[in-house]
Design a protein around this ligand. Structure first.
Ligand code: FAD
Length: 516
């Protein structure tokens, strides 16, 4: 079940599997084989389904379904329900497997390889309220290319586009556009879902709204997303990409908050922290030019922690003059270190697909498929200074293992009916420690210990932080994470997946055996 023997998932009740081998485990493959499908099952060479981007947890399933149709998914779930008096078989949809802690895996269960689902061509509605209908297994990069043919594109993104629609909508999909448009889950009009009862249900704000909002940010607990209708807006051709530096955290965060609260602002606002940085993972200004090369060359950080504000404005080249005026005005309202203004101009696609370039570089050096003990937190604005003071330079003494992103969003603009859990303030910060554990070092344990120190600090200082892409050890912690939303979450689970078949890798519920 743990091919490389390095199981650092720290959940005793789930990770050291206490589930006894299925009493009828030998009969399960033959029972699955009786299903009439458009696709097929594989029962051998399943290691791929026990691996994810995190590369920390490895749970071998008993079978992988390669569905061709939605009905393959529905029939499989119904069959497992039918078998539930004799087996604890569970089902995990696997998008791209870019989870961090085994969330798309199923120990001795069935993994559904969503990428094999037949994807009918995307339907793009180009009218007054534009949208695109896509498969739940579609990659965001493909949606970008297809919608651009109509001069349109989705409005809210993730930093990396080689992720599936179903995978990001099960979490939230947060990036530098979320301050204005909300996360990706707030930019969806309709879903088609196969529930944990095996039913295929269409849902939206108007139809089966409880399921719709439950599934959005629902960590795969209520259904498998097979189609999504995603809101689109006009797309520009180019972007002006700007980075400026600060040595004071409060000046940096004040400017970020000012920008996300202005009506006429940038289209994308993020930021990151640099603590004693060196190395390949940190060539942060490789493609940027200083506005004033002489002044920039004289700038020295004197070993201080630096905070980089990153802003982007989309534009069409015909309107470059207006754009430059707008940018100048916006920059004049900020208090960055004047010599540290760096600019770049790239195409809209190049900007949105920027992390893929890093992927190619890291892959070529064998640094992509390493363990990724990432930690993502949502911190309320009222405590972000306490967080920065307690963590940057104190708990985290350098960030040579990878970037630390930090940026605020207007949560007041987010839909609070989804399953996503956030701190209860109008402005919250996403802080992402995106570490890589390099081969041949004690990096993984060191980073995981450091992550735990950050979590302990947040708890002790009662910052009201919430994990994003959450990972917890037991149901009490999940209950604390959901807080007042826990009851609704549990009710939805019993309505749409009563035997807790779906997404066992999230480790929120344990599958029940039905008593027939
Ligand atoms: P998987 O890992 O395959 O699945 C994730 C979860 O969703 C699992 O529980 C799985 O069972 C379930 N699931 C998968 N498909 C479906 C479906 N069709 N229906 C229902 N449930 C399903 N996230 C952000 O928000 N913002 C970012 O900027 C961002 N950047 C990232 C950059 C990189 C390099 C990586 C690796 C990840 C990044 N992420 C980001 C995190 C990403 O959103 C999650 O890892 C997401 O889960 C990945 O999608 P996936 O398609 O690989 O899903």
């Amino acid at each position: 079940c743990i091919p490389d023997g390095t199981n650092l998932c720290s959940n005793p009740s789930f990770d050291t599997p206490t589930i006894p081998p299925h009493s009828s485990s030998s009969s399960i493959p033959s029972s699955l084989k009786t299903l009439t499908l458009d696709g097929y099952f594989s029962f051998e060479n399943l290691k791929h389904a026990a691996k994810d981007f995190g590369n920390i947890c490895h749970y071998l399933p008993i079978a992988v379904l390669h569905p061709k149709s939605v009905s393959d998914i529905s029939s499989t779930i119904k069959h497992i329900l039918y078998m539930s008096s004799v087996t604890k078989l569970t089902v995990a949809a696997r998008g791209r497997g870019h989870s961090l802690q085994g969330q798309a895996q199923a120990y001795q269960g069935v993994v559904i390889n969503m990428e094999s689902l037949d994807r009918p061509s995307m339907y793009i509605e180009n009218g007054e309220v534009p949208y695109v209908d896509v498969s739940g297994s579609e990659l965001w990069i493909n949606i970008l290319h297809e919608t651009l043919k109509y001069g349109l594109s989705p409005k809210s993104w993730t930093d990396y586009l080689h992720l599936t629609v179903g995978g990001t909508l099960s979490n939230a999909g947060i990036s530098g556009q979320a301050f204005r448009h909300g996360p990706q889950i707030d930019n969806v009009y309709q879903l088609e879902v196969v529930t944990g009862r095996g039913e295929v249900v269409t849902c939206s704000d108007k139809e089966n709204a409880d399921l719709f909002y439950g599934v959005l940010g629902g960590l795969g607990q209520f259904g498998i997303i097979t189609r999504a209708r995603i809101s689109l807006g006009p797309a520009e051709k180019m972007v002006k990409w700007i980075r400026v530096l600060y040595s004071e955290f409060s000046t940096f965060s004040n400017d970020q908050e000012h920008l996300i609260s202005s009506n006429k602002s940038f289209d994308y606002i993020e930021g990151f922290v640099m603590i004693n940085r060196t190395g390949l993972l940190n060539n942060w200004r490789s493609s940027f030019n200083p506005k004033d090369p002489i002044q920039a060359s004289q700038f020295s950080s004197d070993g201080k922690i630096l905070y980089c504000l990153e802003m982007v404005k989309y534009f069409n080249p015909e309107k470059i003059d207006v754009l430059n005026q707008d940018i100048e005005k916006l920059l004049s309202e900020l208090n960055y270190i004047p010599s540290t203004l760096f600019l770049s101009e790239v195409s809209y696609v190049e900007f949105l697909d920027r992390v893929h370039l890093s992927e190619i570089k890291l892959r070529s050096k064998g640094l992509w498929e390493v363990p990724h003990p990432w930690l993502n937190l949502l911190i309320p604005k009222s405590r972000i200074l306490d967080f920065a003071e307690g963590v940057f330079g104190n708990i985290v003494k350098d960030n040579n293992n990878g970037p630390i992103l930090i940026y605020p969003v207007n949560k007041a603009k987010w839909n609070n009916r989804t399953s996503l859990v956030t701190p209860e303030e109008d402005i919250i910060y996403l802080v992402a420690f995106l570490s890589s554990a390099l081969p041949g070092t004690d990096g993984l344990e060191h980073i995981m210990t450091q992550n735990q120190h950050i979590l302990d600090f947040c708890a002790k200082a009662q910052l009201g932080a919430k994990q994003y892409l959450p990972h917890y050890h037991n149901q009490d912690e999940w209950q604390a994470h959901f807080g007042t939303q826990w009851e609704t979450f549990v009710q939805r689970k019993s309505a749409y997946d009563p035997l807790a078949i779906l997404a066992p890798g999230q480790r929120i519920f344990q599958k029940a055996i039905s008593i027939t």
